[in-house]
Every structure is written in C-alpha cells, then in structure tokens.
Design a binder for this molecule. Sequence first.
Ligand code: ADP
Ligand code: MG
Ligand code: MG
Length: 874
Amino acid sequence: MKKWVYEFHEGNADMRPLLGGKGANLAEMTNLGLPIPNGFTVTTEACTDYYKQGKQISQEIQDQIFAALGVLEQQRGKKFGDESDPLLVSVRSGARASMPGMMDTILNLGLNDVSVEGFARKTGNPRFAYDSYRRFIQMFSDVVMEMSKSFFEGILTELKESRGVKYDTELTADDLKELIGRYKAIYKEKMGAEFPQDPKVQLMEAVKAVFRSWDNPRAIVYRRMNDIPGDWGTAVNVQSMVFGNMGDTSGTGVAFTRNPSTGEKGIFGEYLINAQGEDVVAGIRTPQPITRLAEDLPECYAQFMDIANRLEDHYRDMQDMEFTIQEGNLFFLQTRNGKRTAAAAMKIACDLVDEGRITPEEAVLRIEAKSLDQLLHPTFDAYGLKNGEEIGQALPASPGAAAGKIYFTAEEAKAAHEERGEKVILVRLETSPEDIEGMHASEGILTVRGGMTSHAAVVARGMGTCCVSGCGEIQIDEEAKVFTLGGYTFHEGDEISLDGTTGKIYKGMIPTVDASVSGDFGRIMAWADSFRKLRVRTNADTPADTANAVRLGAEGIGLCRTEHMFFEPERIPKIRKMILSDTAEQREAALAELLPFQKGDFKAMYEALEGRPMTVRYLDPPLHEFVPTDPADIEALAKDMGMTPEEVQQKCDELHEFNPMMGHRGCRLAVTYPEIARMQTRAVMEAAIEVKAEKGYDIVPEIMIPLVGDRKELKFVKDIVVEVAEQVKAEKGSDMQYHIGTMIEIPRAALLAGEIAEEAEFFSFGTNDLTQMTFGFSRDDAGKFLTSYYGAKIYESDPFARLDQSGVGQLIELAAKNGRATRPDIKMGICGEHGGDPSSVAFCHKVGLNYVSCSPFRVPIARLAAAQAALEDK
Ligand code: ADP
Ligand code: MG
Ligand code: MG
C-alpha cells in the first residue's frame, strides 16, 4: 500500500517534492523540537492521483487521512466533531515552490452549531468560541465554496456600524452569535443548502478544494511565469489549531530574520494581539512592530528570538516565519527561506559568506537569476505606487518602470523628447522597424497587439526600455490619437505609467527610482564568472548597445543584425533603390552608396568592442520590409530612380510574399543577389583591417550566413565571401584571419549539421526561427492561440520565451553532436531570445555549447544562470 499521508515527525526538509514546502518545513521544525502544533501532510502525489481519478480522492487516501486524524485526536486528547470538546484543525495548501494564487488557508475547521456551544463551555470563553466559528464559516464559504468574501464583509461591517464599534475585537459574544446566524442565512441563500455540519465532510471538502486550487487560472498563470511544471501538484497540511484570538495574552504575527527589502540583518516583522491567521496582513487593525513584543510578552519574545536565530542557523538563510501565541504560549506555524528583492538577495548572500555560513558557490546558487532584472531597471517609488490607480494589465514584455506623456507616433514621441525634453510613453497598435527611433526616445512602450516576442517586446528588451504589450482591453484610434482603458479616455500628452515587470498600467505619473548597482552585486557576479563554463555574448547592432552590454559584462557580440543599420533616414532610400533595381549594375551602384555607411557602422562597433569578438550576420529579413508605404516616400524614390510612382508601387507590390517568414530572405538573398554579400564582406573586412591598424585590436571577423538549409547553399555564399575578403586583404596588404559560419535555424540544417560543418567554422543556433519552424507557428501569431493551449494544458509555457527542450532541444543536441563529429573544434552558441532565459541557458550548458548571446540587459542574468548551471552540474 502506498503511503499518501505523513505525520509531521515522519518528514523532513528534504522531502519538499513529496510534502510541499510548508509540509517539509513543518516536519523539519517538529524534528528540531520546536513548538509546532501536531499535524500531518497529505502528499503532492495524492493531488496528482486526485486528477488521475477524475477529481476523486480514492478510498485508500481517505482512509489514511482519517487514520492520521485518529492519531492527532490521541495526541491532543480531543475528538474531531466532539460535542463538548472538539478537536479543531487548519487545512493549509503547500506546493513544492511557494505559489501565490493557490488556495487560502481554512482555520477552525471542525466546528458546527452544536460543538461551538461545547467549545464555549469548555474554554469558558464564549466570545472566543463564536469568533472562531464565524471565522470558519466565512473562510469555508469563500475558499471551499467560492462564495464572494464581500457577502460576509458586508454583514460584518453592517453589524459593527449598528453597534457603533470600529474593530471586530469590540463585538460581544452575543453580537458574534447573531453574526453567525446571518452568515449561515446568506450561505443557505446563495448555496441552496445548509452550512455543512459534519466535520468529516468539512475536512474532505477542504482537502478537495486545495487540490482543485492547483489548477485554478491564477495558479496556471503563475506557474507559466515561473517555470513550475503542472504535474508537481500541491500537498495539503492538516494541523491542530492553536488560538491567537483568546484574549490579550494571545496573538499572531509574521517576521523575517533579515529585512526582505534591503537585506539588512536584524529581526523585521509585525504582530497583532488577540487576532487570528491573516488578520496581520489583512490590515484590519494596525499591527505592532515585532520589537514591541519584548514589552508586551517578554518571555515569549525571548523564546521567539531564540527560535528565529536557531532557524536561520539551521537553514543558513534568511527565514520568513509565522507564529501564534495562545495565552502566553508560543507556537511556530511556518518557516521558509524568505522572498526578497534582488538587492536584498545580494546583500544577504554576501553577508552569509562573510559570516562564514555559506560558500561563494552557495551564494551564487541562492540568487534567482531572473530577479536581476530588478537591479538593472528603474522601479516605481513604493509610496507613489501605493497611491497609483491601476487601469489595466497586459503582458510584462520588457521590465522596468516608466511614467510619461502619451504619444501615438514614433515621430511625435521623438520630437517631444528631443525638442521639449518630455518623458514619453509611446502607445501603438503594434510597432514596426520604422518606430525604432521613437522607441529609443521613450521611457516606455505600450502596444495593443503582440506577445512577449513581438517586435515591440524584443526591441524594447534589447534597449532595456520598459514595455507592456498585447493590451487587448485598450480601444485605440491611432488616427484620432485617443484611446480608452479602465474607463478613462486618454489623449496625446496625457500621462500614464507602465510597469514592464508586472504588466500593470496606471493612470498618471508615478515617480520612478533609478536602478543602483551596489557592491554586493559586483561581488556575486565576479564569483559567478569564476564558476561558469559558458561564455556570454550580447545581441547588439549599435555602439551604444554594445557599450552598455560590455558594461554589464558581455564578452563580445554573438549577433550583430546588419539590417537594423539600414533603417536610418539617410540610408533607407538607398536600400530601397537597391531593392527596386532591375539589373545587377544598378544594384551594385546602389550598394556602393550603402557601403560607406555599413563600413562606418562596423568600425564603430569594433571600436566599442575594444578587441572583443563580433559575429556579423548578413542581411536576413524579407526585402519587402524595407519598401516604402507612404506616398511621399514612394514619390521621392520614383524621382530618384527615374521611374513613375505607379511603377515603383507595382515593383513594391511584386515583392509581396504570402509567407514572408518562409519567403525570400536570409541567405536566399545572397544567392539571388550576390552583390549584397559582396558589399557586406567588403564593409566588414575593410572596417576590421582599419580598426586593427588604428587601434591595434586583435580582430578576427566572424561572418555568419543566416537561414542555411543545405551545405551547398552555404558553400555558394561562402565562396563569394572568401573571394571578396581575399580581394580586400590583397588591396590592403593585410593577412587578417576571419571565420565563416552559419546559423542553425531551419530544422533541415539541424538534421544535416554534420555536412554543413564541412563548410562552417561555427554554428549559432537561431532559436527564434528554429522554434517557429519546428512548431510550425510564427511567434507573432502564436499569442492568438497559445492561451487556449495553456488552458487545455497542451503546452505549459511560451516556447519563444523558454526553449522547448524536448522538441527544439533535440534538434540542437543532434546538430551539436554531428557538427562536432565533422569538425571537432567547431564553435557553437545560441543567439535567440532564449540566450537570456535561465532554464534555456542551463540547457545550453548541458549540451556543451561554447556561449550564449542575449540582449544587453540580460547579460548579467545569463552570466549568473551559466554559473548556476555549472555548479549544479558538479
Ligand atoms: P499562507 O500559505 O497563505 O501563508 P498558511 O497556511 O501559512 O497560509 O496560513 C495562514 C495563517 O493561518 C498562518 O500564518 C497562521 O497564522 C494561521 N494558521 C494556520 N494554521 C494554523 C493553526 N493550526 N493554528 C493557528 N493558526 C494557524
Ligand atoms: Mg503562511
Ligand atoms: Mg533567424
């Protein structure tokens, strides 16, 4: 027979997967001999079984629950459901990872109309007995039956008003008795049945509610955002009650052993006298700082401090504890490694190393890599945020906080910022490459359409600009420059604030606080760098982004997208001319005009890199992305090319593709128009040779051919590159080395990587394209249906944000293996958005890639994640 239920003394802290975090720590504390009310844990496996049985708790599990309850009765010398002296329990959920959005706790379970009278007599405290029962009815109805809290709160407020009192502690036993009657009446009215009187039914309904809550929509969203697998399940803890609501020598509180915002050492917390459960955090009465307990109940305080210190010593980490005092007796109800801000995490980890309690390796493992975002971006001033009015919520596409005046076009955003020094929020239906400059000028970007990997999201993350995307609630009229959200109408120049870390949108300007990179941060990163095996590069196309990434620790550029260089106003007419040219000669002439720009860009990049390596990717997007749509632009181009606007329009129309993602792009451009690859090679080689001569940097250009699917295709383009590179070298009398490699981003290339490696000196896995081509859906459209897939539990996470290790990952592993078989010293990296996602970085480490490349602001995250992967490997 399988064991589904563990008494607290049967478990320990290492049993978290089976007992959940709360259960494992209750077990550990029990075994440390701390004052923990007795209880037992129903395992996470029982939760999984519940779903397997079609949402039924098997007889075997039920039997084990009631057997454990029997033991609890013996321990406490009370019977569950007894009419004169009932055993009361709490029912508490607890998953492996702490998960907000799961079920709330139910206290005082086991009371009914009869036993509450016995309870009153036995304790000699009717007020307390009725208070416990009314709380139970309210919690059970809300948590198990999903009745709205507001029914009960409304009745309570009404009663307090009619009695002329402010706090529920001021209500008398008779008042509470009346309250119970009214609670039960509303229950019956709404649920169509009496409030359940059988404690066994109450218990099993509560256990089922915990299991159900594992799959509620809030929990599913939380899991997706935090990479928590859906099959983990949650445990349920059933624990005998202790009471903080028995009078003035009772109370309840929460405390941390160090400050969770700053990391400063010293007890930090609050408590409330004569209160139960969540009263402290619910803000019903103003709690006292924990240090006041030293005056109120000195012995309890001394014992509390002693246990708090022991727990921190034992877990060797900052603890977040919950406790209750029943008539002068202290009980601990929970401890866990406390959640903290990134800044606090850094300080605590460094302090613990200095205190000799943990090693630098452990310190590095303790920091949540994703949380570093907080240290690199502005955040809202806490007080300002408290007063901010939230008007909507969408996808947290790029972290940081931003406040500013609304503009609806990139040009106006840019003008407002540059000419009037305004702080600007750009609001668009969706962004496109032409919006780049306006995006640069903005504090934050808000889009109506698009997911986490939409143009706005990807570009904003690259720039480190706050972005909230996919806000479908917005009704926008871009022409009229107006939108409505949350019941308000906003015009150009009105103020809003965005939180790119939570996706929340606020009315008005909330003050922001700039990120500060403290000394502890530097220490942690230095340790991380000494442990990691993966190198960390960045995706950057401008000297400013490059400098930024280098400051954040990038060791080079893994992806320099050359097309972004063509969008600037002076250049775009030239590339348009090139695209619309009829003959190779015309094209070459147009490209000759572009050459100085491209070369200048590469020189600036090589200078910003100060000798660090750079992988330059040749022109990749479908050409139609560059063609004009604005009639004035078409006219200008027509004039420049000696054509009529109609002819230009027709040529543009011819470039239309049914599926541009799979159209005329990538190396296909170089196959059809070799002169593009020629120009780009000349630009790279001349730039590298000149910068080397001027600055003395040891540059070895890395030229990357995108979207290759066949060895011969790569060879065709490579021959062009070699021919021009050698020509430039001869002209300049240079002996510069250079490497030619390819992206692996088409499934066929991954399958044929062994052959492709004959021509490629390096592989860079372009996991954005590789993911879309492997799944067969495009990242820009996936947002439309992925939510349904999450709901149906077909996919658990966005494969464009978190690498799909089981599918796409297999292609990467295969390509890596076969590539190495052909060319043992082949260099391999990844340059998709995944390069900055911790779990994907761990995968890259596992497969043995040489480097990851990610947007500048994710570089520290990748460095830390790479170190953690290396340490976990040991
Ligand atoms: P959460 O996971 O939301 O913190 P908990 O299960 O820890 O929920 O319960 C919330 C609070 O309820 C606890 O902090 C404690 O004050 C109270 N509580 C839970 N179980 C008991 C119990 N057996 N006796 C007294 N209070 C309890
Ligand atoms: Mg708790
Ligand atoms: Mg690609």
